[in-house]
Design a protein around this ligand. Sequence first.
Ligand code: MSP
Length: 509
Amino acid sequence: MSDGRFYLTTPIYYVNADPHIGHAYTTIMSDVIARHRRQRGDDVFFLTGTDEHGSKVAESAAAAGRSPREHADLLSERFRALGTELEASNDFFIRTSDAEHEQVVAQVLSRLHESGDVYKGSYGGWYCTACEAFYREEELLEGRMCPIHRTPVEWLEEENWFFRLSAYRDRLLALYASEAPFVLPETRLNEARRMVEEGLEDLSISRAQIDWGVPVPWDPDQVVYVWVDALFNYYTALTYARPGEDLVERFWPADLHVMAKDILKFHAVIWPALLMAAGMAVPRQLFVHGYVLKGGEKMSKTAGNVIDPFPFIERYGIDPLRYYLMREVSFGEDGVFSAEGFEARYTGELANELGNLLNRTVSMIGRYRDGRVPSDPGDDDELASEVATAVSAFCREMDQLALTRAADVVWGLVRRLNRLVEERAPWTLAKDPDRARELDQALYSLAEGLRAVAVMLSSIMPGSMARALEALGQPGGAIEMDVAGWGNGVADAVVAPTGPLFPRIEDEE
Ligand code: MSP
């Protein structure tokens, strides 16, 4: 687990097409983890960026009538803009066409070469450009189709440089047997183990027929295979993200790489083997999530079923999208994105359950206590202990990267507080001066419970929860997890009614 520093990454996205909800999903989930680690006091470095070399990008550039560089500049900007819209708190955005990245890739490649596990050979195989990967005949679908994209593969035969991946079998199996699981969820770890047990072929790590890439240092007629170039971004970024600072010393190896299952083999098999060969420490853990589906299929450019996240953000703001994805697509499994599902959770959960609860609480404090939260917390031990339990369960789920379960825990507390409003009926208590202390306690409990909710949800809905804390009289409120617990906040605070957190969105039709 973490030793106070936490380095996490998203995959770097191909700049062959516009970003969609699938990319947004990975970035958002990673961002939730990054923000939560910061709330726990860790020194966090969060990296995302774009993967720009190789034939996939070169071909899409050609199809658009642009040079690869122009195309990459344009598309990379869209991914960067997506990150901004998503309120991703990444500390750096890497592009594999950065000169600094290219230089360090060349250095690392030379180290690999010197390891003795790189040799020249010739290879013929079925290549899928969308995957940027070779397949064996028996892995293909009928009609020689790529098993992932269901598009035709092509026969490619070249003299290339090879990496002796096959020699890493035992070391990889030992890595998979380590006590802290190298890959989560466990099913994906087992999948990686099976791939290795079934036998590894050596990996071609250069290409002769394209020139959009990093030249192989000892053989400049070839460029480095795009996947090798891309994987090393996780390392190269640390060498130049903060000029003058040695981030490698501080953050290497990565604590967590987040990705979907489509690129498991690259990260769980090829990546650690490359690092071992180069004499570098391997990452601590990978988290492999499922697919965001649309109409039962993986959302992807190839399937032609992509949903553009920007209109949702424009209409609702970013937080509802972050919340919806976290709740709906169980982290680690596939899940369906639908506009109807999104609207149902927006109205049912965000507007009604959470937004109204906050609104009612703040306005009752306004009405019955002149806008000041009672200073005496009373002795609501039961609720205090429920809040403490929720906060520790939330942190436990987050530690296990059970993000969706963590969100469920908070929602349990939101529902508990809604029941509390009905049970205590402050409007009845307010009519009876003898019950003033009960009323104080009810109002305090609601406000303090809501503060805990807001602190926990801050990683998921940072902007809205900052507003919620402000409404509860905690402007610029602390969101460190260790102040989430009962009794650290609202006593005597002056509430500040705001407009609804999640306003009703009128249908345009
Ligand atoms: N460039 C490589 C990754 C190199 S990392 C060293 C690549 N790029 S990609 O643009 O195809 O992005 C793949 C990643 O985007 C997935 O692993 C996943 O994180 C995210 N997703 C793309 N579509 C997705 C869904 N439909 N659902 C969930 N995640 C999706 O592979």
